[in-house]
Write a protein that binds this ligand. Structure first.
Ligand code: MRU
Length: 350
């Protein structure tokens, strides 16, 4: 297997920088960028240079360090004020993936638990925490692969939407980690990658990852999902998630809900793979999940070409919510939640 480059990593110690693959350039160009200011980290998250719920969380943890380092602090109060400023700022980058807020809350909790520490020592502790969040995400990806692999068919097609692979995490991915683990265990699988309008994460990123790993992949337009299901080419569907409510309703890239409805109509199991950092038990159902709305230009001028006439209204929600009743199981790093009920979700995450 080709060695897979890391989606993001911390370079150096203190001071250091956040290195990431610029995913907006893939697959035509492989480019890594270094973020040395909190503004560049924010911009990278906002413009999807780094994207995917877990990767956004890990980036925010390292982004906190980027925003804190390289300054003189008169005392802990000054340090804490800057920490609040940096984390509040990063929290405005994207609204839907709860992993962003989960990671920022963990960073703030470390600082709050050691109020006596001097700024320099506190910054060291926070870098340790960011590194721990990074490593934990890698481990959660591997565990989801282990728990979920046996859900997939021994041979056949598996459809996925958007990109829930290594590019979306610090490790091997969520949904794709399950596929990678199944293939490693001998399953003979072909991935059907929805291209994923409007930003083509499936065509550009999922297909790229599958080719890096020598896994058979067929890219289809989103509108072809019903057809491949009716033709018997797909035996399972698995996607990631950006936020899962207490009852199991799962927000993921817009179009996921359609795929779940289609899978239900064709009697095909629909699975979600997500780490515990993607659950938001404060929300009783998916109705409360904030859905990001993005610039209309992503639809009207996708990849530099005008495809919509001036004056037409455009709606560009980046995510939709799949109701729990359409999800056969949720694969987490702790095990598989099935059937997807609030009781089972809470029991798994306890
Ligand atoms: O807008 P994106 O590309 O960040 O959306 C990503 C997704 O919807 C992924 O499926 C989700 O974050 C899970 S990633 C493991």
């Amino acid at each position: 297997m080709t060695s897979i480059p890391r989606t993001l990593s911390w370079q150096g110690g203190l001071p250091g920088r956040l290195r990431m693959i610029d995913q907006t350039k893939l697959p035509a160009e492989f480019l890594e960028i270094d973020c040395e200011t909190v503004e560049t980290v924010w911009e990278a998250i906002r413009s999807l240079r780094v994207r995917g719920a877990p990767a956004i969380g890990v980036s925010a943890a390292y982004g906190t360090i980027v925003g804190l380092q390289g300054r003189e602090y008169a005392d802990r109060a000054a340090f804490d004020a800057r920490l609040a400023e940096v984390t509040d700022f990063l929290a405005t980058s994207r609204p839907t993936a709860v992993n962003l807020f989960w990671a920022l809350d963990r960073m703030k909790a470390v600082a709050a638990s050691q109020p006596q520490l001097e700024p320099a020592a506190m910054l060291e502790r926070l870098l340790d925490k960011a590194r721990a969040i990074d490593v934990e995400d890698q481990e959660m990806c591997s565990a989801m692969g282990r728990h979920g692999a046996s859900l997939l068919p021994k041979s056949g097609g598996v459809l996925t939407h958007c990109n829930a692979g290594g590019l979306a995490t610090a490790g091997d991915g969520t949904a794709l980690s399950v596929i990678f683990a199944a293939v490693a265990a001998g399953h003979d699988l072909r991935v059907f990658a929805d291209e994923t309008r409007p930003l083509l994460q499936g065509a550009r990123l999922t297909a790229w990852e599958c080719r890096q790993r020598n896994i058979a992949v067929t890219v289809i337009c989103d509108s072809m999902a019903a057809l491949v299901m009716r033709e018997g080419k797909v035996q399972a569907v698995i996607t990631g998630a950006d936020r899962i409510a207490a009852n199991g309703d799962a927000a993921n890239k817009v179009g996921t809900y359609s795929v779940a409805v289609l899978a239900d109509a064709h009697g095909i199991p629909f699975y979600v793979a997500a780490p515990s950092s993607t659950f938001d038990l404060s929300l009783p159902s998916g109705d409360g999940i904030p859905i990001e709305e993005r610039d209309a230009a992503e639809i009207t001028h996708g990849f530099g070409r005008q495809t919509v006439p001036e004056g037409a209204d455009v709606w560009n929600p980046a995510f939709d919510v799949t109701p729990a009743r359409l999800i056969k199981a949720i694969v987490t790093e702790r095990g598989v939640i099935s059937p997807v009920t609030e009781e089972n979700v809470r029991a798994m995450l306890r």
